[in-house]
Design a protein around this ligand. Structure first.
Ligand code: FAS
Ligand code: PHB
Length: 389
């Protein structure tokens, strides 16, 4: 089999890239190790920046997002039992869209299937070769049969644990990482959200987040120990802990119910540099990870894809300069999002060995933040998403 671009991974990065490239007339094949249902079963991001909304529209998959998504004009920070609203729209002129990553992925999968674009789910033993030359090759097995895909470029959209970054020689790549000493225990439940906008909570028992997927489906998180297992947390224990981290009046309005998903996500900051290795490109979680506190993971993946799509489309139109700048352009935006996500994580979480001074710094930072229009504007412009260069 032959194609122009082999895309490894059918998460939001791989599917969005495939959709944009196909609309630009660039042939591509998506290879995914899991089944489509498995990919859809992973509950992840919930907040889209306007840049991501625009990209999904550009990809022709924005209709259901506009029909079912929830535009949010503000977000709340809660500390010392008080809730403070950050007026995103008033401070920046922009809002965010609450629309789950699962739905984004579902819309992209449906568009790809409708266009009958070549996609191999449950591709096993995927390996990438020859990307330092002019004739890259991807090998995989499917239903026990060995296959070889000859291509001109490989897009590594295979996430943090994928094969593409792992196939780059150690001496050719620099890795930057910070692992946080806690995780997020997340619960999805078909109960109405406690508030019409998101609430990020700094509490001495730990961080909490009140998010949502629709007016009838909520997503909540509490900071937990890395020693915890999701199955050790009963629904009742989760709801009680969340209530203890919310102001009394807010907790009184919390509607609880059976969890339909419960999982623990570890938190890390991670960047690989560069993001190009000959004819292999890394995009999305394959190249970087952010702690979800800034709601940047999925949005960074989308802007990586935008830069890569522009570069590849230009290449096939006979102009290779944009492709040559992919890594530098993407990394410039990635590092700004890494900084914001790190700063929000440092501000909002309980650090086990942080000590009293670190706690006092958090309280001073929060008190200053909600008293300063300049500080709130700085947070808001990062949260809604910085403009693409
Ligand atoms: P993904 O990891 O989504 O997709 C990569 C795909 O490649 C997967 O389907 C995988 O099966 C496939 N793959 C891997 N190896 C392969 C191989 N060898 N061959 C073929 N296919 C292979 N972001 C937020 O903004 N908010 C959140 O709350 C949030 N929560 C998260 C919770 C968890 C547990 C994780 C892991 C991430 C979370 N994120 C969150 C970030 C998340 O949304 C990512 O940014 C987003 O999934 C990035 O999309 P992709 O780059 O497509 O990577
Ligand atoms: C979510 O809804 O899953 C979500 C929202 C905002 C975040 C992280 C996760 O910062």
């Amino acid at each position: 089999m032959k194609t122009q671009v082999a895309i490894i991974g059918a998460g939001p990065s791989g599917l969005l890239l495939g959709q944009l490239l196909s609309r630009a007339g660039v042939a591509n094949v998506v290879l995914e190790q899991r089944s489509a249902d498995y990919v859809l079963g992973r509950i992840r991001a919930g907040v889209l920046e306007q840049v991501t909304v625009d990209l999904l529209d550009e990809a022709g998959v924005g209709a259901r997002m506009h029909a079912e998504g929830l535009p949010h004009d503000g977000v709340e920070l809660c500390f010392d039992g008080q809730r403070h609203r950050i007026d995103l729209l008033g401070l920046t002129g922009k809002r965010v869209m609450v629309y789950g990553q699962t739905e984004v992925t579902r819309d992209l999968m449906a568009a790809r299937a409708e266009a009958a674009l070549p996609t191999v789910y449950e591709a096993e033993n995927v390996s990438v070769h020859g990307f330092d030359g002019d004739r890259p090759v991807v090998r995989y097995t499917k239903d026990g049969a060995a296959h070889e895909l000859q291509c001109e470029f490989i897009a590594g959209c295979d996430g943090f644990h994928g094969v593409c970054r792992a196939s780059v020689p150690a001496e050719a790549i620099a890795l930057h990482e910070k692992v946080y000493p806690f995780g997020w225990l997340g619960v999805l439940a078909d109960v109405p959200p406690v508030n019409h906008e998101l609430i990020y909570v700094n509490h001495e028992r730990g961080f909490a987040l009140c998010s949502q997927r629709s007016r009838t489906r909520s997503r909540y998180y509490v900071q937990c120990s890395l020693d915890d297992n999701a199955e050790d947390w009963s629904d009742a224990a989760f709801w009680n802990e969340l209530k203890r981290r919310l102001p009394e009046a807010t907790a009184a309005g919390l509607v609880t119910g059976p969890s339909i998903e419960k999982s623990i996500a570890p938190l890390r900051s991670f960047v690989a540099e560069p993001l190009r290795f000959g004819r292999l490109f890394l995009a999305g979680d394959a190249g970087h990870i952010v702690p979800p506190t800034g709601a940047k993971g999925l949005n960074l993946a989308a802007t990586d894809v935008a830069y890569l799509w522009q570069g590849l489309a230009d290449h096939y139109r006979g102009n290779g300069t944009a492709l040559a700048h992919y890594s530098a352009r993407a990394l410039a935006r990635i590092w700004k999002a890494e900084r914001f996500s790190w700063s929000m994580t440092t501000l909002m979480h309980r650090f086990p060995d942080g000590g009293s001074f670190a706690r006092k710094m958090q309280q001073a930072e929060l008190a200053y933040l909600v008293s300063s229009p300049a500080a709130m504007t700085a947070l808001a412009e990062n949260y809604v998403g910085l403009p693409m260069d």
